[in-house]
Design a protein. Structure first.
Length: 634
């Protein structure tokens, strides 16, 4: 064996060590993958791996027969070349394997031959089939083992000629580990509990720039946090900063439980960032098996009773969409229908699923269908919309979307039969919404046969069709214009859940309201001495006023009119009136009178007898009207 060591003239932490083995040998029937050819590299020195590259040069009459595995002194094995006996027929293997390469090995020409020229440097650079980064952070010293074998030993033959192992020393390293505990593994609904996170640095260097991410799960409400560093409940980031060797940093997060009895809530955290390499884990890689991540769960205790939904408060009353109404007809089997609700307008139901809809006379015939038998514990004659899909697997779902023509301040409805039947199905219903494009979430109230975590209900007990045990109540207490009901299964379901059903009952809508907010601002534009550069409010200075009307509520304001009396110590600048949707965006020119086409473009604005007026026919939910004008200081 010829063993050579090359140390490049680079900083200590970035030194590259090259180990070469030129002991040739056959690659044929004597080296099948059960008894491969072994090429060893003896590495000395006290340093860790920052990066690994390896070059392999062999002649062979069918390159796809070659498989290669690299094993570290720690026993980590990486299959760097898979081989492909069917498709790769080109001759020879002359390749440097580097994780940073753009192209994967054996994806170049399947029939093209590699060069037989001595590999200094190697003729081709490719990315290995499995990444060499699996060795990063490990101690480099010891015997590295390269196994080369022939996947088709009874046919084509070859000869191993040379291999070069390149090890780049790692820079300063730390070894971070994370643990998490919960103060109560069986709290009741509404209980106060705490999570404790501890991150420890085992060295060999002090860690800096450490951030741990713990995004609190649905099912708890954040109350406070205390301990080392700072915690942001929105991002979930615990900013730890530096951790000396052998030091543990601790954070306590206090929460209240808002999941119902029977719910299991899991909280997972991970080291999100660190300035130094960690030899046995990678920050923010989503792993659940490395020592820089930790997970804990609790199960809500207590006797299951049906929850009490919040009272829907509607300032101007409610309008009910009633499935019993003679005007409400859902043709069996349809998945898209429109209905008109007094005071709200025509809204749309749309249902999408990859599942097969079932046909059952008890549930209204071909689903989706309107059903009028006894259900949900209600008196006879109450109708509901039944969804009766045949799900082929757990991930399959059906999504019902209700799109309103105008936002409403709130709404409430019940869904029946969210339950569980062992070996058949495990209902899961998730409800969400939007308001002017932004997400909004309801309060979901559980029944006896299901539990609730956040905006999802999970069936865990059987409920008869005529029982109220499977009912859930959905309450939106803030404005909403779109409701999404996602129906499927959760983890208790079998692989093929089969047919199962829920029913959507009547919907109580809060009638839309419009509430306007008004704001007035001023900006000093210029003065006769300084111009627009650092102007002062002196005689002759120009001031720009903006009046902004905004409708944050759910309804549409009609016939909006604004008036503003110009102060006596300033003079209105003729022709300065502008309108738009924001102060910065008010660019539509308005003349100073109250007539002409500019009064409906879509805004009107005028100045008369010392008063500025502005108008708009309608101001929809979330919209604003801005009017700007200039004055000069007398």
């Amino acid at each position: 064996m010829l063993l050579a060591l090359l140390m490049l003239a680079t900083p200590v932490w970035a030194q590259v060590h090259q180990f070469t083995n030129t002991t040739s040998g056959v690659i044929n029937s004597s080296t099948p993958c059960g008894t491969p050819r072994v090429v060893n590299f003896t590495v000395t020195g006290s340093y860790n791996v920052g990066d690994i590259d390896i070059g392999i040069f062999a002649t062979h009459t069918w390159r796809g027969d070659i498989r290669a595995i690299l094993q570290s002194p720690a026993g980590t094995r990486v299959q760097i070349v898979n081989g492909d006996t069917t498709n790769i027929s080109g001759n020879n293997f002359n390749v440097l394997l580097d994780d940073a390469a753009a192209q994967v090995v054996n994806t170049d020409s399947a029939t093209g031959n590699h060069s037989t020229t001595a590999p200094t440097p190697y003729a081709n650079t490719f990315r290995p089939n499995a990444l060499l980064s699996a060795f990063n952070g490990q101690a480099a010293a010891g015997t590295w083992r390269l196994e080369i074998c022939d996947l088709y030993p009874s046919a084509d033959n070859g000869t191993f000629t040379r291999a070069d192992l390149y090890i780049t020393e790692a820079g300063p390293m730390s070894d971070l580990s994370l643990t998490k505990t919960v103060s109560n593994a069986a709290p009741t609904y509404g209980a106060s509990i705490s999570y404790t996170l501890q991150v420890t640095n085992a060295g060999p260097n002090a860690a800096t720039g450490v951030v741990v991410r713990d995004i609190l799960p649905v099912g708890v409400n954040f109350v406070s946090a205390s301990g080392f560093g700072s915690y942001d409940a929105v991002t979930g980031n615990w900013t730890v900063g530096s951790i000396p060797v052998g030091t543990t940093r601790t954070l306590t997060i206090n929460v209240t439980v808002n999941a119902s009895a029977g719910a299991t809530v899991t909280n997972t955290a991970e080291v999100f960032a660190s300035d130094l390499t960690d030899g046995d884990s990678t920050p923010n890689n989503g792993s659940t098996t490395e020592d820089d991540d930790a997970s804990i769960n609790f199960t809500v205790s207590g006797s299951r009773v049906a929850g009490t939904p919040p009272t829907l408060v509607c300032p101007v009353g409610t309008t009910v969409f009633d499935w019993d109404s003679a005007s409400v007809v859902w043709p069996a089997g349809t998945t898209n229908n429109n209905f008109t609700v007094t005071g709200i307008g025509t809204y749309n139901f749309n249902i999408v699923t990859a599942a097969t809809w079932l046909n059952n006379v008890t549930y209204g015939g071909q689903s989706p269908a309107e059903q009028t038998t006894v259900t949900g514990g209600l008196p006879p004659g109450q109708s509901s919309l039944f969804l009766y899909p045949d799900f082929a697997n757990i991930p399959q779902n059906a999504v019902l979307t209700l799109t309103l023509p105008t936002p409403v301040p709130g709404l409430q409805f019940m869904i029946f039969d969210v339950d569980y039947n062992a070996g058949q199905f495990a209902d899961r219903v998730t409800i969400s919404g939007t308001f002017n494009g932004a997400p909004v979430y309801p309060t979901v109230t559980n029944g006896v046969s299901n539990y609730v975590i956040g905006n999802s209900a999970y069936g865990d007990g059987l409920s008869a069709d005529t029982s109220a045990n499977g009912n859930i109540t959905v309450t939106f207490t803030s404005p909403v214009d779109t409701i999404i009901i996602d129906y499927g299964n959760h983890s208790l379901a079998p692989a093929d859940p089969g047919g199962q059903a829920i029913a959507l009952h009547d919907i109580s809508f809060c009638r839309p309201t419009a509430t306007l907010t008004m704001a007035k601002t001023s900006t000093l534009v210029s003065d006769p001495v300084n111009g627009v550069t650092n102007p002062f409010e002196i005689p002759g200075a120009t001031i720009r006023y903006c009046i902004l009307a905004h409708n944050p509520d759910s309804g549409t304001a009609a016939n909006l009119a604004i008036s503003d009396t110009v102060p006596a110590n300033v003079t209105f600048v003729s022709g300065s009136l502008r309108t738009g949707n924001s102060c910065a965006g008010a660019a539509t020119v308005e003349d100073d009178d109250a007539s002409g086409g500019d009064e409906s473009d879509p805004d009107g604005a005028a100045f008369s007898a010392g008063v500025v007026t502005a108008s708009r026919t309608t101001l929809i939910s979330g919209a604003s009207l801005a009017v700007t004008f200039d004055v000069t200081v007398n």
